[in-house]
Design a protein around this ligand. Sequence first.
Ligand SMILES: C[S@@+](CC[C@H](N)C(=O)[O-])C[C@H]1O[C@@H](n2cnc3c(N)ncnc32)[C@H](O)[C@@H]1O
Length: 188
Amino acid sequence: MRKASLKSWINLLKGNPNKMHLELVIAFLILFLAIWLFYTRHLGSEYGPTTMKRARRMIEFAKITKKDIVYDLGSGFGGLAIMASRRAKKVVGIEYDFLRYFFSIIRAFFHGARNVGFIRGNLFKQGISNADVIFLFLKQKTNQKLKAKLKKLNKGARVVSNTWTFENWKPARQDKNLKVYMYVVGEE
Ligand SMILES: C[S@@+](CC[C@H](N)C(=O)[O-])C[C@H]1O[C@@H](n2cnc3c(N)ncnc32)[C@H](O)[C@@H]1O
């Protein structure tokens, strides 16, 4: 087995240099993509999009009105923020990764979503005190670290989390199949 794989590497090196070049470029691109999608893990979460079904449920649970200011903490490519903007007064997406942040701005522009803004930064360091609704799709551990910050929000603010829960908080609504959990500040 070991011999065979060594042989195939030797054959690869002996082969068409142009083909080898292409293979190396592809390998490098795959490695870059994997690192790019995962490097924010230590800050709070790697990248992964909220599916359409879950996004709809999150928006439904949040009961967003035209008076509400909504935050998506870790907004990725901005899909959820743009979707929520149709019902909200204003939506703010906070995203650490520059490319995701930049893509979100362009995406919002082409969607004509003028009430969405994006901040490039660490969600733990940004002010969110005016939030009526918070969306999250992070990690179980990250949610626990955010508890103190979320507790300071106005009473009645809705915190809606995709997949991950807040330990020892009681959800006001939940969809166990889709793993969407909604908490109300002051009633948690
Ligand atoms: C799982 S994705 C969710 C994207 C989007 N909210 C959605 O539901 O489709 C999590 C995003 O949070 C970002 N993120 C993780 N930790 C962060 C931090 N400390 N500050 C800002 N963004 C962060 C990641 O870069 C990633 O794009």
